[in-house]
Design a protein around this ligand. Sequence first.
Ligand code: DAK
Length: 258
Amino acid sequence: MAYEMILVETPAPGVGLVRLNRPSALNALNSQITREVFDALEAFDRDPAIKCCILTGSDKAFAAGADIKEMENTDAVTMLSGGDFTDWSRLSRLRKPLIAAVSGWALGGGCEMVMMCDMIVASETAKFGQPEITIGIMPGAGGTQRLTRAVGKALAMEVMLANRHLTAQEALHYGLANKVAPVESYQAEALALAQKIAAMPAVAAQLIKDSINRAYELSLSESLNYEKRNFYLLFGTEDKAEGMKAFVEKRKPEWKDR
Ligand code: DAK
């Protein structure tokens, strides 16, 4: 598929990479770039050769938020009627693990998009923030919920009410980010992590991601039950048979992703 505002690569076997590429606007997320990101990631999600994805921007900006120039003329009724801009749940429906590689600005919708990913590798220059209040609105793609769960109520309040930015080190400290690396190497770190995951059996990876995400949505007893069912399901896979056989035979398993 031809894209205009993103770049799509396969930097290593099993790894799909989507790069926001709208440098003139610090990767501001308008309807087109958002649609392209979701389309490209969904295509990787359907591709059996891809086992883990990376979503990234430039060293200067992951994304400075939703496109304010586009939103300026949008009214409540248009927002309510849906469309590409509002259907960000497409990102949370992806089945394969998704790593955000973040440098520079991750603001507003940019920060929310990053928090919808499964893991974050940040450069030392990454700045996370939810500045919507400075333009008279509030986070609308999960910021008030996901950031609060990650950093706690008091700091989330400060970030969203006083436009306080979180540094990469703070993101690491609060468990929002997995790793912080120099700007020269955060992309390589994200790729190394993606390659590790891509070397694992895909169905188990998918069900682990699915089960972890339930921790944010269900009660403990419901999510424990959910986990158990996913666990039992894996006993029907070829990879379970191969993984255990390989362990007993003291050799490396050969995954079929089935
Ligand atoms: N939108 C449009 N253009 C943007 C932009 C944005 N968010 N951010 C930057 N740009 C453009 C600037 O207009 C400028 O373009 P020109 O004027 O050169 O044409 C260019 O990028 C460079 O920006 P600056 O000149 O401002 O660069 P600086 O280094 O001086 O400042 C900055 C960088 C990131 C601090 C600043 O650009 C800034 O404050 N940007 C706006 C940040 C912001 O307020 N973001 C939140 C937007 S609201 C939802 C989904 C998503 C959302 C809500 C709902 N649903 C699914 C329901 C999200 C909402 C938002 O993100």
